[in-house]
Design a protein around this ligand. Sequence first.
Ligand SMILES: [Zn+2]
Length: 233
Amino acid sequence: MSYDLDHVTASCPCPCGKGEIVYGSGTNDWNQTRDGMMEIWCSDCCKKYKFSKNGLLPVDFPDYQGDPIIKDKMDKLQYRISNYDGTTPERISQYLSEEECEKYKARDFSIASTLRDSKKLADDYSLEELQEAAEKISAAKYSTQLTGIALELAQRHKRWNKTIRLQNVIVPILMAIRNYALYKKADKEDGQDKAKLQKQLDEYKAEYYKDYDAYEKKRLQNLIPFELKERSR
Ligand SMILES: [Zn+2]
């Protein structure tokens, strides 16, 4: 869905002087808006130039290109970091009982969801807080009897799972308590692993951008700077 720049807030003349460079917000056919749009409103200049940092460049001026093999490695590594998933089958078999494991393998949604909830609980609460809340919830008959963190956890459960039945609320809490030490150990391992991947990525980046200074010098030599002036309303 394309946006039409229909509200200009700043502008300045284009390089040839017959038209202008405009900045503002646009709307699409669905009436959604987008800020920070910039266009060249000149039939000649829009064919000759493209936007670059702090100015315009000839349309055929190349983008920076490092070693494509390293770029490929960078992209793959970046994807791995962005989509890092610590729930390996080995860990899951430690987190779940044999019976739960069977259900998990059979793609039982409730087990996967409980596992996820319990991990979030361990992220957000101390072991002592969870233990105290679990005791209170076990002793209570209705959620209306709860206070403090126990109440908070019941309400949290309701937000995620649309139920506040205490026999359901307690399930992920007990799993979080049971796996607390394992979750923390996994977090530590993942943190170290991610730091290693990040370090490797930084090394690839340094290698990929090693000629960037020379490129930037050339880019600046070809750059046509412009200065937008705010339009009075
Ligand atoms: Zn022009």
